[in-house]
Design a binder for this molecule. Structure first.
Ligand code: ZN
Length: 594
């Protein structure tokens, strides 16, 4: 428990130092269920949440008297009494000190979450990368929550998920299987049906990677899997202690890894890319080229170091096969190229130079990646580009026709950009059963949405209104050029297999407005379609969201990889319904926040 407390504390400080404390810019799950958090606060790294969450999601009896500033929370094992402004709580009659005192905010009793979680012996974990906070319920507590939901539905204001008829899993997540998926990063999927806390680390002599999952159930140990991939030799799993399942990857060589959490709680492990051979030559245009062989193109960073002059390329998430080596080149200004494993995740290439050189492009030629070098400095290269470049072409604007707008309409004269994803040579994702193209589904939805928005008085600018290719750069440039008030990008989703379904909305978490727009659009669309709610997701890697100068969201309206949703998505009535849901979200955004 303490160990997790520290990790969470650090993660929360890092996360919340960049945010205003008033709004929850994170998602929150209890027992695998998403919590609709009306308010939250962070005080000295402690999250305060409304006491009603304990009633609604953990079936606690909560009695509060805001005027007297008193609150009592009862679980089967604990009765906790708190007072506003006092850091002393009474737990089963005994005094205990909390890190932070409860507060009253907007008629809600705000209580320190971690104090309660620690008391109940539960696990709290925070995924800083995805800004998700999880609490796993113990089996006992999960049983109790379920029993109360069945026994006293009238008296408890429990959310829908606890309705026995539509009950999904609550409580301890189950480890279902461990699947080796292979590919350039030797991917492995740990199939969990809920959110589990984990720790991972590397061991040497022999090289191994270990993941410990805590508070997880399984029917294991699973049989050992012999893989003999370039990196992964074998996968073993065993009960480590009564709370911990240990998964061990025996490795064929040292490698680093990354772990990504999937929406339903599963964990995906990606090991390093692998770099094999390197070489050098000059092409027909006399451009110097360094090439390397890799199973996929890794990202790399570039640094120029003076005296002696060197160009250093750090290839991220890569393992260098067959050891360090040096290539004597002797083609001025390049003297030699050295390559070695610098850290478990970085392969470093050093070019020893007698004059400046910079990498300007990478080309893939039959599994070989060739870095084209320019003989000169960055400034000299920029100057050359400016001399040679044609004047930039502004993206084509689809200016809506002039029309008379009734000033009393809710969106009168608002300029809104609707961005149908993909198009032309870019089909987007492709359906599993019918082979539906994402680009063909999102266009009619977007056009219908635009029509509905115009009915409400908006001036709608599309990034495309037919089947054409528009780059991401142009899409966002269009929105910025017309000074749009919001930007809505319409996409459809896909996922390996056919199980994933539902609606999710992506937004850049840097600005609160994005989160607000994402929330209203997501909830209105989910309600209108009665679709599975996959939540709003902060994303910082999407060009259109990062560069829009107005509130912007990317809505994934359904899964073309799900056979039923694929069928729905090509149904004009369903497309119309999606457009209506999106319209409702936009209307609510302007009503609430403009
Ligand atoms: Zn898409």
């Amino acid at each position: 428990m303490q160990k997790y407390g520290l990790i969470i504390f650090i993660a929360l400080i890092m996360f919340f130092s960049a945010n205003s404390a008033a709004d929850a810019a994170f998602s929150f799950y209890i027992g695998g269920q998403k919590v609709e958090l009306a308010a939250s606060q962070v005080v000295n790294g402690n999250i305060l949440i409304p006491a009603s969450v304990l009633r609604d999601y953990m079936a606690a009896d909560v009695e509060s008297d805001l005027e007297a500033g008193k609150l009592s929370i009862s679980f089967p094992t604990h009765t906790i009494i708190m007072e506003i402004g006092s850091p002393t709580a009474k737990v089963n009659g005994e005094e205990q000190i909390m890190d932070v005192a409860p507060q009253a905010v907007d008629g809600e009793f705000m209580i320190p979450l971690r104090f309660v979680v620690d008391l109940l012996g539960l696990q709290l974990s925070f995924d800083a990368k995805q800004a998700v906070l999880y609490i796993n319920l113990s089996d006992e507590l999960a049983d109790w929550v379920r029993a109360r939901a069945e026994g006293e539905p009238a008296d408890l204001n429990l959310p829908e998920f606890l309705n026995p008829e539509q009950s999904t899993t609550i409580g301890t997540p189950v480890l279902k299987k461990i699947v080796f998926m292979g590919g350039p990063r030797s991917r492995v999927f740990i199939d969990l049906d809920g959110f589990a806390a984990y720790e991972s680390f590397l061991l040497t002599n022999p090289d191994r990677m270990v993941i410990d999952l805590t508070g997880v159930r399984w029917d294991g140990p699973f049989p050992e899997q012999v893989i003999n991939d370039t990196l992964v030799r074998r996968i073993r799993s065993d009960q480590f202690d009564h709370r911990t399942i240990r998964i061990v990857f025996d490795l064929n060589r040292a490698t680093d890894y990354e772990i990504n959490r999937w929406p339903d709680g599963g964990l995906e492990i990606e090991f390093n890319y692998q770099i094999r051979d390197i070489g050098y030559y000059r092409d027909e245009e006399q451009n110097p080229r360094i090439w390397f062989e890799a199973n996929e193109q890794p990202m790399f960073s570039v640094q120029m170091l003076p005296s002696p002059m060197r160009l250093v390329l750090d290839f991220q998430s890569t393992t260098l096969l067959d050891g360090a080596r040096e290539l004597q080149v002797g083609d001025p200004p390049l003297r030699s190229v050295r390559i070695s494993q610098n850290t478990p995740s970085i392969t470093r290439m050093v070019l020893d130079l007698d004059g400046p050189m910079i990498p300007i492009e990478v080309e893939e030629i039959n599994g070989r990646y060739e870095i084209i070098l320019f003989e000169g400095t960055e400034q000299e290269y920029q100057a050359k580009l400016e001399r040679e470049a044609p004047k930039p072409v502004e993206p084509e604007l689809l200016i809506p026709e002039d029309r008379k707008i009734d000033d009393s309409l809710p969106l009168a004269h608002r300029i809104l950009v609707v961005d149908p994803g993909h198009g032309g040579s870019d089909p987007g994702t492709i359906g599993n059963v019918l082979g539906v193209f994402e680009k063909d589904v999102v266009l009619p939805i977007s056009l219908e949405l635009g029509r509905l928005l115009e009915e409400q008085g908006a001036i709608v600018v599309y990034t495309r209104n037919d089947d054409r290719y528009v780059s991401y750069f142009d899409r966002v440039a269009i929105a910025n050029m017309v000074n749009a008030e919001i930007f809505i990008s319409v996409h459809a989703n896909s996922y390996e297999g056919t199980a994933a379904r539902g609606v999710e909305t992506l937004y850049n978490p840097l600005y609160l407005e994005n989160f607000r727009l994402a929330q209203v659009v997501q909830s209105e669309l989910v309600n209108h379609l009665d679709a599975k709610n996959r939540g709003v997701r902060p994303r910082t890697d999407l060009h259109v969201l990062n560069n829009a100068e107005m509130p912007a969201v990317l809505v994934e309206v359904g899964f073309v990889s799900h056979p039923e949703e694929e069928k729905l998505l090509i149904d004009p009535d369903y497309q119309k319904k999606i457009a209506e849901g999106l319209l409702n979200g936009v209307l609510l955004f302007f009503q609430n926040y403009r």
